[in-house]
Design a protein around this ligand. Sequence first.
Ligand code: CP
Length: 309
Amino acid sequence: MDMEHFFSVDQLNIDTIYALCEQAKQCKKQEIRISDQIFAGNVFTEPSTRTKLSFTIAQKRLGLDVLEVDGAQSSIVKGESLEDTVITLEAIGANMLIVRDGSNKWMEELQDKVSIPMINAGAGTAEHPTQCMLDVFTLYEEFGGFAGLQVVIAGDVKHSRVAHSNIRTLQRLGAKVYTSCAESFVDENLQVPNISMDEAVKMADCLMLLRIQHERHGGEDTETNNYLREFGLTIAREQQMKEHSIIMHPGPVNRGVEIDGSLIYGKRSRIKQQIQNGVYMRMSIMIYMLKKWGIIHESIINERTVFEQ
Ligand code: CP
Protein backbone atom coordinates (compact mmCIF):
# COMPACT_ATOMS: atom_id res chain seq x y z
CA MET A 1 0.00 0.00 0.00
CA ASP A 2 2.61 2.50 -1.12
CA MET A 3 1.56 6.07 -0.25
CA GLU A 4 -1.87 4.91 0.90
CA HIS A 5 -3.43 5.77 4.19
CA PHE A 6 -3.97 2.84 6.56
CA PHE A 7 -7.74 2.54 6.66
CA SER A 8 -8.38 -1.22 6.55
CA VAL A 9 -6.56 -4.45 7.38
CA ASP A 10 -7.68 -5.64 3.93
CA GLN A 11 -4.90 -3.42 2.53
CA LEU A 12 -2.26 -5.62 4.19
CA ASN A 13 -1.17 -8.87 2.59
CA ILE A 14 -0.49 -11.89 4.80
CA ASP A 15 3.30 -11.39 4.73
CA THR A 16 2.88 -7.78 5.88
CA ILE A 17 0.55 -8.84 8.71
CA TYR A 18 3.22 -11.24 10.00
CA ALA A 19 5.99 -8.65 9.45
CA LEU A 20 4.04 -6.13 11.56
CA CYS A 21 3.67 -8.74 14.31
CA GLU A 22 7.43 -9.45 14.23
CA GLN A 23 8.15 -5.71 14.36
CA ALA A 24 5.75 -5.34 17.31
CA LYS A 25 7.74 -8.12 19.06
CA GLN A 26 10.91 -6.11 18.46
CA CYS A 27 9.24 -2.98 19.85
CA LYS A 28 8.48 -5.01 23.00
CA LYS A 29 12.09 -6.16 23.38
CA GLN A 30 13.93 -3.01 22.36
CA GLU A 31 13.82 0.71 22.90
CA ILE A 32 13.19 2.10 19.43
CA ARG A 33 13.48 5.84 18.89
CA ILE A 34 13.27 8.03 15.82
CA SER A 35 15.84 10.82 15.98
CA ASP A 36 14.21 13.30 13.52
CA GLN A 37 11.47 15.64 14.69
CA ILE A 38 8.13 14.12 13.59
CA PHE A 39 4.74 15.52 14.65
CA ALA A 40 1.89 13.04 15.07
CA GLY A 41 -1.64 14.50 15.30
CA ASN A 42 -4.31 12.47 17.11
CA VAL A 43 -7.80 13.54 15.99
CA PHE A 44 -10.49 11.78 18.04
CA THR A 45 -14.07 13.00 17.61
CA GLU A 46 -15.47 9.90 19.39
CA PRO A 47 -14.64 8.85 22.95
CA SER A 48 -11.67 6.54 23.46
CA THR A 49 -9.50 5.43 26.36
CA ARG A 50 -7.21 2.64 25.20
CA THR A 51 -6.81 3.44 21.49
CA LYS A 52 -6.10 7.12 22.06
CA LEU A 53 -3.76 6.65 25.01
CA SER A 54 -1.93 3.69 23.53
CA PHE A 55 -1.26 5.72 20.37
CA THR A 56 0.00 8.54 22.59
CA ILE A 57 2.33 6.25 24.54
CA ALA A 58 3.48 4.53 21.35
CA GLN A 59 4.28 7.93 19.82
CA LYS A 60 6.17 9.09 22.92
CA ARG A 61 8.16 5.84 23.05
CA LEU A 62 9.17 6.39 19.45
CA GLY A 63 10.25 9.95 20.29
CA LEU A 64 7.51 11.60 18.20
CA ASP A 65 5.99 14.95 19.15
CA VAL A 66 2.28 14.52 19.89
CA LEU A 67 -0.52 16.92 18.91
CA GLU A 68 -3.77 15.93 20.63
CA VAL A 69 -7.10 17.06 19.16
CA ASP A 70 -9.94 16.21 21.51
CA GLY A 71 -13.24 16.68 19.63
CA ALA A 72 -14.91 18.25 22.68
CA GLN A 73 -12.08 20.77 23.27
CA SER A 74 -11.33 21.75 19.67
CA SER A 75 -12.95 24.02 17.06
CA ILE A 76 -15.04 20.99 16.01
CA VAL A 77 -17.38 22.18 18.80
CA LYS A 78 -17.74 25.48 16.89
CA GLY A 79 -18.83 23.62 13.78
CA GLU A 80 -15.48 23.02 12.06
CA SER A 81 -15.65 19.89 9.91
CA LEU A 82 -13.38 16.87 10.26
CA GLU A 83 -12.06 17.70 6.77
CA ASP A 84 -11.06 21.23 7.79
CA THR A 85 -9.57 19.88 11.02
CA VAL A 86 -7.21 17.45 9.28
CA ILE A 87 -6.28 20.05 6.64
CA THR A 88 -5.46 22.46 9.50
CA LEU A 89 -3.32 19.84 11.25
CA GLU A 90 -1.32 19.28 8.06
CA ALA A 91 -0.90 23.03 7.52
CA ILE A 92 0.30 23.46 11.13
CA GLY A 93 3.02 20.89 10.47
CA ALA A 94 1.73 17.45 11.41
CA ASN A 95 3.61 14.67 9.60
CA MET A 96 1.06 11.92 10.29
CA LEU A 97 -2.54 11.77 11.56
CA ILE A 98 -4.39 9.21 13.65
CA VAL A 99 -8.15 9.64 13.18
CA ARG A 100 -11.23 8.26 14.95
CA ASP A 101 -14.72 9.29 13.93
CA GLY A 102 -18.20 7.83 14.28
CA SER A 103 -18.91 7.93 10.54
CA ASN A 104 -18.34 4.86 8.33
CA LYS A 105 -17.54 7.20 5.43
CA TRP A 106 -14.87 9.54 6.77
CA MET A 107 -12.08 7.55 5.15
CA GLU A 108 -13.35 7.96 1.58
CA GLU A 109 -14.26 11.59 2.29
CA LEU A 110 -10.78 12.49 3.60
CA GLN A 111 -8.48 10.25 1.58
CA ASP A 112 -7.45 12.92 -0.98
CA LYS A 113 -7.59 15.91 1.35
CA VAL A 114 -4.13 15.67 2.91
CA SER A 115 -0.69 14.63 1.71
CA ILE A 116 0.41 13.02 4.97
CA PRO A 117 -0.38 9.46 6.12
CA MET A 118 -3.58 8.88 8.08
CA ILE A 119 -4.18 5.85 10.29
CA ASN A 120 -7.73 4.75 11.06
CA ALA A 121 -8.22 4.53 14.84
CA GLY A 122 -11.89 3.54 14.48
CA ALA A 123 -14.54 4.31 11.86
CA GLY A 124 -18.20 3.96 12.83
CA THR A 125 -19.28 0.33 12.62
CA ALA A 126 -16.99 -0.30 9.64
CA GLU A 127 -13.35 -0.82 10.59
CA HIS A 128 -10.91 -0.76 13.51
CA PRO A 129 -7.72 -2.00 11.86
CA THR A 130 -5.22 -1.25 14.64
CA GLN A 131 -7.43 -3.11 17.16
CA CYS A 132 -7.59 -5.99 14.70
CA MET A 133 -3.80 -6.03 14.36
CA LEU A 134 -3.23 -6.01 18.13
CA ASP A 135 -5.72 -8.87 18.45
CA VAL A 136 -3.90 -10.80 15.71
CA PHE A 137 -0.59 -10.12 17.50
CA THR A 138 -2.02 -11.34 20.83
CA LEU A 139 -3.31 -14.56 19.22
CA TYR A 140 0.01 -15.03 17.38
CA GLU A 141 1.92 -14.77 20.66
CA GLU A 142 -0.50 -17.17 22.35
CA PHE A 143 -0.89 -19.86 19.69
CA GLY A 144 2.06 -19.27 17.31
CA GLY A 145 -0.23 -19.43 14.23
CA PHE A 146 -3.79 -19.43 12.98
CA ALA A 147 -4.34 -22.59 10.91
CA GLY A 148 -7.49 -24.32 12.20
CA LEU A 149 -7.72 -22.03 15.23
CA GLN A 150 -11.37 -21.84 16.34
CA VAL A 151 -12.31 -18.25 17.16
CA VAL A 152 -15.80 -17.28 18.30
CA ILE A 153 -16.67 -13.57 18.22
CA ALA A 154 -19.60 -13.02 20.58
CA GLY A 155 -21.81 -10.03 21.38
CA ASP A 156 -23.04 -7.08 19.34
CA VAL A 157 -21.44 -8.27 16.09
CA LYS A 158 -23.66 -6.17 13.81
CA HIS A 159 -22.56 -2.83 15.26
CA SER A 160 -18.94 -3.77 15.99
CA ARG A 161 -16.14 -2.36 13.84
CA VAL A 162 -13.78 -4.75 15.64
CA ALA A 163 -15.84 -7.77 14.54
CA HIS A 164 -15.93 -6.53 10.95
CA SER A 165 -12.14 -6.08 10.78
CA ASN A 166 -11.32 -9.24 12.75
CA ILE A 167 -13.59 -11.76 11.01
CA ARG A 168 -12.15 -11.15 7.53
CA THR A 169 -8.56 -10.99 8.75
CA LEU A 170 -8.68 -14.11 10.92
CA GLN A 171 -10.32 -16.04 8.06
CA ARG A 172 -7.54 -14.88 5.69
CA LEU A 173 -4.98 -16.11 8.22
CA GLY A 174 -6.58 -19.59 8.30
CA ALA A 175 -8.67 -19.44 11.48
CA LYS A 176 -12.19 -20.88 11.64
CA VAL A 177 -14.39 -18.00 12.72
CA TYR A 178 -17.91 -18.16 14.18
CA THR A 179 -20.17 -15.59 15.79
CA SER A 180 -22.38 -16.05 18.84
CA CYS A 181 -25.07 -13.47 19.47
CA ALA A 182 -28.75 -12.65 19.78
CA GLU A 183 -30.64 -12.69 16.45
CA SER A 184 -30.84 -8.87 16.40
CA PHE A 185 -27.03 -8.62 16.51
CA VAL A 186 -26.38 -11.01 13.59
CA ASP A 187 -24.88 -9.29 10.52
CA GLU A 188 -26.34 -11.12 7.50
CA ASN A 189 -23.59 -9.71 5.25
CA LEU A 190 -20.92 -11.68 7.10
CA GLN A 191 -21.79 -15.26 6.03
CA VAL A 192 -20.34 -16.65 9.27
CA PRO A 193 -22.08 -19.44 11.25
CA ASN A 194 -23.84 -18.06 14.34
CA ILE A 195 -23.75 -20.55 17.23
CA SER A 196 -25.09 -20.51 20.79
CA MET A 197 -22.83 -19.52 23.69
CA ASP A 198 -23.25 -23.04 25.08
CA GLU A 199 -21.71 -24.43 21.86
CA ALA A 200 -19.14 -21.63 21.69
CA VAL A 201 -17.57 -22.29 25.08
CA LYS A 202 -17.02 -25.96 24.27
CA MET A 203 -15.29 -25.48 20.93
CA ALA A 204 -13.56 -22.08 20.98
CA ASP A 205 -9.80 -21.82 21.35
CA CYS A 206 -10.41 -18.10 21.66
CA LEU A 207 -13.68 -16.56 22.76
CA MET A 208 -13.61 -12.90 21.74
CA LEU A 209 -16.37 -10.96 23.50
CA LEU A 210 -17.85 -7.63 22.41
CA ARG A 211 -19.76 -4.88 24.18
CA ILE A 212 -23.42 -4.12 23.40
CA GLN A 213 -23.05 -0.82 21.52
CA HIS A 214 -26.15 1.10 22.65
CA GLU A 215 -24.81 4.30 21.05
CA ARG A 216 -25.10 2.67 17.59
CA HIS A 217 -28.67 1.39 17.98
CA GLY A 218 -30.25 4.55 16.59
CA GLY A 219 -31.99 5.45 19.85
CA GLU A 220 -33.77 2.08 20.13
CA ASP A 221 -33.47 0.75 23.65
CA THR A 222 -31.83 -2.66 23.74
CA GLU A 223 -32.93 -4.87 26.61
CA THR A 224 -29.80 -6.26 28.28
CA ASN A 225 -31.19 -7.44 31.63
CA ASN A 226 -31.08 -11.10 30.63
CA TYR A 227 -28.24 -10.87 28.12
CA LEU A 228 -25.63 -12.50 30.35
CA ARG A 229 -27.86 -15.44 31.22
CA GLU A 230 -29.06 -15.99 27.65
CA PHE A 231 -26.08 -15.08 25.50
CA GLY A 232 -23.13 -14.07 27.69
CA LEU A 233 -20.14 -15.71 29.36
CA THR A 234 -21.32 -16.78 32.81
CA ILE A 235 -19.10 -18.51 35.36
CA ALA A 236 -20.86 -21.84 34.63
CA ARG A 237 -20.20 -21.50 30.90
CA GLU A 238 -16.56 -20.49 31.45
CA GLN A 239 -16.05 -23.78 33.30
CA GLN A 240 -17.03 -25.64 30.09
CA MET A 241 -14.16 -24.09 28.10
CA LYS A 242 -11.21 -26.21 27.00
CA GLU A 243 -8.13 -26.22 29.25
CA HIS A 244 -6.04 -24.03 26.93
CA SER A 245 -8.81 -21.71 25.72
CA ILE A 246 -8.57 -17.98 26.22
CA ILE A 247 -10.93 -15.02 26.53
CA MET A 248 -10.35 -11.73 24.71
CA HIS A 249 -12.28 -8.46 24.62
CA PRO A 250 -11.31 -5.23 22.83
CA GLY A 251 -12.84 -3.16 25.64
CA PRO A 252 -14.51 -1.25 27.04
CA VAL A 253 -16.33 -4.06 28.88
CA ASN A 254 -19.91 -3.90 30.14
CA ARG A 255 -19.51 -5.93 33.32
CA GLY A 256 -22.30 -8.42 33.90
CA VAL A 257 -23.70 -8.05 30.37
CA GLU A 258 -21.50 -9.88 27.83
CA ILE A 259 -19.24 -11.34 30.57
CA ASP A 260 -19.47 -12.01 34.30
CA GLY A 261 -17.38 -9.31 35.99
CA SER A 262 -15.25 -11.87 37.90
CA LEU A 263 -13.90 -13.34 34.62
CA ILE A 264 -12.54 -10.10 33.15
CA TYR A 265 -9.04 -10.48 34.62
CA GLY A 266 -9.22 -14.22 35.37
CA LYS A 267 -6.64 -16.81 34.30
CA ARG A 268 -8.08 -17.29 30.81
CA SER A 269 -8.31 -13.57 30.17
CA ARG A 270 -5.85 -11.92 27.78
CA ILE A 271 -7.55 -8.53 28.04
CA LYS A 272 -4.57 -6.83 29.74
CA GLN A 273 -2.19 -8.37 27.18
CA GLN A 274 -4.37 -6.93 24.40
CA ILE A 275 -4.12 -3.47 25.94
CA GLN A 276 -0.33 -3.80 26.40
CA ASN A 277 0.13 -5.20 22.90
CA GLY A 278 -1.82 -2.24 21.53
CA VAL A 279 1.14 0.01 22.33
CA TYR A 280 3.68 -2.22 20.54
CA MET A 281 1.47 -2.93 17.54
CA ARG A 282 0.71 0.78 17.12
CA MET A 283 4.45 1.54 17.29
CA SER A 284 4.96 -1.10 14.61
CA ILE A 285 2.21 0.31 12.36
CA MET A 286 3.46 3.90 12.72
CA ILE A 287 7.06 2.88 11.86
CA TYR A 288 5.71 0.99 8.83
CA MET A 289 3.63 3.95 7.64
CA LEU A 290 6.38 6.55 8.18
CA LYS A 291 8.80 4.37 6.20
CA LYS A 292 6.26 3.71 3.42
CA TRP A 293 5.70 7.43 2.98
CA GLY A 294 9.45 8.14 2.99
CA ILE A 295 9.14 10.29 6.12
CA ILE A 296 11.72 8.23 8.00
CA HIS A 297 14.59 6.01 6.92
CA GLU A 298 16.36 3.14 8.67
CA SER A 299 19.28 5.45 9.55
CA ILE A 300 17.19 7.63 11.90
CA ILE A 301 15.77 4.68 13.86
CA ASN A 302 17.87 3.94 16.94
CA GLU A 303 17.41 0.60 18.68
CA ARG A 304 18.60 -0.41 22.14
CA THR A 305 17.86 -3.82 23.66
CA VAL A 306 16.05 -3.41 26.96
CA PHE A 307 15.75 -7.09 27.82
CA GLU A 308 16.52 -10.48 26.26
CA GLN A 309 13.73 -13.05 25.92
N1 CP B 1 -10.96 -1.02 21.93
C1 CP B 1 -11.19 0.32 21.84
O1 CP B 1 -11.26 0.87 20.74
O2 CP B 1 -11.29 0.96 23.03
P1 CP B 1 -11.43 2.56 23.19
O3 CP B 1 -12.78 2.93 22.62
O4 CP B 1 -11.30 2.82 24.66
O5 CP B 1 -10.33 3.19 22.40
